[in-house]
Design a protein around this ligand. Structure first.
Ligand code: FAD
Ligand code: NAI
Length: 469
């Protein structure tokens, strides 16, 4: 029987990072993964392939719609979807093989198969051919991630009715795409297919898109997407999808109910993107006494320990935003704790990015959250239309919004819609990690001409007055 200090079940961003960090800190580490390749949802069917498709579809639209604005005449670009998918696959392959390399480099022992916890300290691995082996380890980490949340009554076949996985694999551009859920997946993948030529209609249960995001950002971003041609049915729900040959009939009702007000939308493909749920199936958690919460997430304490000593959990399978970087940071923190160090994740400063065009990024609190908490705040805003670099590159859409404490000037939240927002947000994150103020941000010299100058100007607007507005 193989003996280790630590065995990690699942090699997504949570699991692989935890394993590597623990090995770097001197622990003898094994990982168990049931997929053929490491990297989990993120590298295989999530973050990485979606960003490859977002990038290539953005280039396609740039060439088709915007090159002429800059005096570049290349004619109408032709889509080679197979080659585009080839780039996506090459990106996945490069990333997942990178993890294999890092495991070797850090002497992490990989086991391929499905892991099941037999007891604290014991994990059984069942390979695809049914053969079993047992691993012993002082600590076990559950990093099994999440899976697509189903829409009751609508069966996903990954061809016509797809989840994000099928939406990243379509072999032709759907004429009409109906997206259920105006969350991150719906808007990112809806954007991909719209740019490639689909008519996209989004049906959302709530009265706003991107649910928990700042309402000002949500409202403005919806306007931008509408201008791009995305149709929205808010406060609505899909109650049925009927297949009639190659066509789909999608029944949409008001969220509050009411068959009388039902509408039917035609679609070639329906993308179900109504959230993800923690994945714990087959782990044997009930038998060993690892408790789940009311939403099926593994319950953990402040040190990521489950209700069974020696068994820990991190990432999508526990409470918190289902984000790769949140899972990674928990992986590092837990590895440090297991190695006798102090690990810590600051949940108040986890950036969120929607990789559409323009991008949407946020860190810290929204105005709604500050109001709900009774915190008095000031708002500094700066629009990219007044930014020189944005003008030069035709990326003038969107704005930066800085929320700072009314009394102390401490930055409490930063929200950006704009080209490159996902990169710009990190200066706000670093500032907030150090408890910085709007004045700190406003007085930090920013290179000219950059989009980031809008972040500085928004901070100036919160603390005094911007120069360029
Ligand atoms: P996962 O990545 O889900 O990995 C869990 C691993 O455990 C899987 O490989 C699974 O096969 C394995 N496993 C499960 N059970 C067992 C078992 N019993 N035995 C062995 N192995 C097992 N997040 C971002 O931050 N940025 C993005 O841009 C982004 N884009 C996304 C796009 C899409 C389309 C999707 C679906 C998700 C996206 N996410 C993004 C979310 C991100 O993928 C997840 O938050 C992240 O993957 C969670 O990491 P994890 O390690 O907790 O779990
Ligand atoms: P989500 O939670 O972001 O959005 C789901 C949306 O569907 C919500 O707006 C919800 O109100 C709506 N909804 C729920 N039930 C509905 C119904 N019956 N009819 C209509 N609308 C309904 O979930 P999503 O987009 O599926 O993404 C899952 C997870 O993956 C997210 O937690 C996200 O964090 C992560 N992710 C992150 C990305 C990023 O960081 N860029 C990219 C893609 C995914």
């Amino acid at each position: 029987m193989s003996q280790f200090d630590l065995v990690v079940i699942g090699t997504g961003p949570g699991g692989y990072v935890c394993a590597i960090k623990a090995a770097q800190l001197g622990l003898k580490v094994a990982v168990v993964e049931k997929r053929a390749t490491h990297g989990g949802t993120c590298l295989n069917i999530g973050c990485i392939p979606s960003k490859a498709m977002l990038h290539t579809s953005e280039l396609f639209e740039e060439a088709a719609e915007h090159f002429e604005d800059f005096g570049i005449k290349v004619g109408k670009p032709k889509l080679d979807l197979k080659a585009m998918m080839g780039h996506k696959q090459k990106t996945i392959d490069g990333n997942v093989s990178g993890i294999e390399f890092l495991f070797k480099k850090n002497k992490v022992t990989p086991f391929h198969g499905t892991g099941r916890i037999l007891a604290a300290g014991r994990v059984e691995v069942t390979a695809e051919d049914g053969s079993k082996q047992e691993i012993e380890a002082k600590s076990i980490v559950i990093a099994t991630g999440s899976d697509v949340a189903p829409l009751p009554g609508v069966e996903i076949d990954e061809k016509q009715i797809v989840s994000s996985t099928g939406a990243l694999e379509l072999d032709k551009v759907p004429g009409k795409l109906v997206v259920v859920g105006a969350g991150v997946i719906g808007l990112e993948l809806g954007s991909v297919w719209r740019r490639l030529g689909s008519e996209v209609t989004v049906v959302e249960f709530m009265d706003k898109i991107l649910g928990p995001m700042d309402a000002d950002i949500s409202r403005n971003f919806q306007r931008i997407l509408k201008k791009q041609g995305v149709e929205f049915h808010l406060s609505s729900k899909v109650t049925a999808v009927e297949k009639t040959g190659k066509q789909l009939a999608v029944t949409v009702e008001p969220a509050a109910g009411g068959e009388a007000a039902a509408k039917t939308l035609e679609a070639d493909v329906v993308l179900v993107a109504i959230g993800r749920r923690p994945y714990t199936s087959g782990l044997g958690l009930e038998e060993v006494g690892v408790a789940l919460d009311e939403r099926g997430r593994v319950k953990t304490d402040g040190h990521y320990q489950t209700t069974v000593p020696g068994i820990y959990a991190i990432g999508d399978v526990i409470v918190g935003p289902m984000l790769a970087h949140k899972a990674e940071d928990e992986g590092v923190a837990l590895a440090e704790m297991l190695a006798g160090q102090a690990g810590h994740v600051n949940y108040g400063v986890i950036p969120g990015v929607v990789y559409t065009s323009p991008e949407v990024a946020e860190v810290g609190k929204s105005e709604e959250a500050l109001k709900a908490e009774g915190i008095s705040y000031k708002v500094g805003k700066f629009a990219f239309i007044a930014n020189g670099r944005a003008k030069a590159t035709n990326h003038t859409e969107g704005f930066v919004k800085v929320l700072a404490d009314a009394e102390t000037d401490k930055v409490l939240g930063v929200h950006i819609i704009g080209h490159g927002a996902g990169e710009m947000i990190h200066e706000a994150a670093v500032l907030m990690e150090f408890g910085g103020s709007a004045e700190d941000l406003a007085r930090t010299c920013h290179a000219h001409p950059t989009m980031s100058e809008a972040v500085k100007e928004a901070a100036m607007a919160a603390f005094a007055k911007p120069i360029h507005a």
